[in-house]
Write a protein that binds this ligand. Structure first.
Ligand code: A3P
Length: 306
């Protein structure tokens, strides 16, 4: 297990340093949130009921959540390959989220769901429902290298209402990112916090870059983690269904009609590659993030490729 220092799991409220405010922003135990994240969920995390056979997909935003969710959903319910296309955001509860102005209560819906429940979350490890650990619910964590992650999150900030349709510069965004002043918290705090559980049998820790290199191998790995046997034909179909090209065309996952996303600013399924950071970072910005990476992850055994 890597060395995770106490300060890797939280950062201090640094709101005064940054002029840009997301709608309804607040800090909670070292993590910045916006109005769409329900404080009541954070406050009640010790009493949220989890089940042994729950499957949580946990990620830092923009790390491939939708992709891995889709794979897991089809492995749990292969019949969906032939069914209609219910939007993922409607069929999979998003633990801590409540779209402002919307009527969906994910916590209430979760109580009524049949097992095994598939649940999405972006929560940092120290804010996660405690029963998920005591009951050893299944958790699939997905991390992504910070360079591509920051670029992807920047485009998301610009196109989503919960981030106030950010209109600032890429550089101003990057400075917030490097100082952990980002909704759902700092990147390094998040991926290191969850890395502490890497060797636990109920946790599967994936990296976007590895999934990209071997999509079929990843589907097989997730199937084995979930204890699902799939025949070759089903496996092929899931791999094809979950390719970037298919998902970009699939209205159930590309969020073209989502009320909170303006896909004319940036489509949800944007590039889907490793290395898009090269189109955004200046030499100086690259040096800055490499320094950040060295400081935060340098003495740990968690490493990312880009
Ligand atoms: P980019 O913005 O770099 O294109 P999340 O689901 O966590 O919000 O992550 C979104 C990121 O994952 C986006 O990255 C999106 O394009 C990428 N993504 C989604 N589905 C993918 C797939 N099937 N293959 C590769 N990347 C995918």
């Amino acid at each position: 297990m890597s060395e995770v220092r106490e300060h890797d799991s939280v950062c201090t409220d640094n709101s005064d340093e940054f002029p840009y405010k997301v709608p309804g922003q607040y800090f909670y135990e070292g993590v910045l949130f916006n109005q769409d994240v329900r404080k009541s969920v954070l406050e009640s995390r010790d009493s949220i009921e989890c089940r042994e056979d729950d499957v949580f997909i946990v990620t830092y935003p923009k790390s491939g959540t939708t992709w891995i969710l889709e794979i897991a959903n089809l492995l749990l319910h292969p019949e969906k390959l032939d069914g209609g296309s219910e939007a993922q955001e409607r069929s999979v509860p998003f633990l801590e989220f409540h779209l402002t102005g919307g009527s969906v209560d994910h916590i209430e819906n979760m109580k009524k769901m049949a097992s095994p429940r598939l649940i999405k979350s972006h929560l940092a490890e120290h804010l996660f429902p405690t029963q998920a650990f005591t009951k050893k619910s299944k958790i699939i964590y997905v991390g992504r290298n910070p360079k591509d992650n920051a670029v992807s999150y920047y485009h998301f900030y610009k196109s989503v209402s919960g981030f106030g349709y950010y209109k600032g510069s890429w550089d101003a965004f990057l400075q917030m990112y490097l100082k952990d002043h980002i909704v759902w918290g700092g990147w390094s705090h998040h991926c290191l916090g969850w890395w502490k559980h890497n060797h636990e049998s109920n946790v599967l820790y994936l990296k976007y870059e590895d999934v990209k290199k071997d999509e079929r191998g990843t589907v097989e790995k997730i199937a084995s983690f979930l204890g699902k046997e799939v025949d070759q034909q089903t496996l092929e179909r899931i791999v094809t269904h979950c390719s970037f090209e298919s998902m970009k065309k699939n209205p159930a996952v590309n969020r073209e009609d989502a009320a909170d996303v303006d896909s004319s600013v940036s489509p949800f399924m944007r590039k889907g590659i490793v290395g898009d950071w090269k189109n955004h970072f200046t030499v100086a910005q690259n040096e800055q993030i490499e320094q950040y990476y060295k400081e935060r992850l340098g003495n740990t055994d968690l490493q990312f490729e880009w």
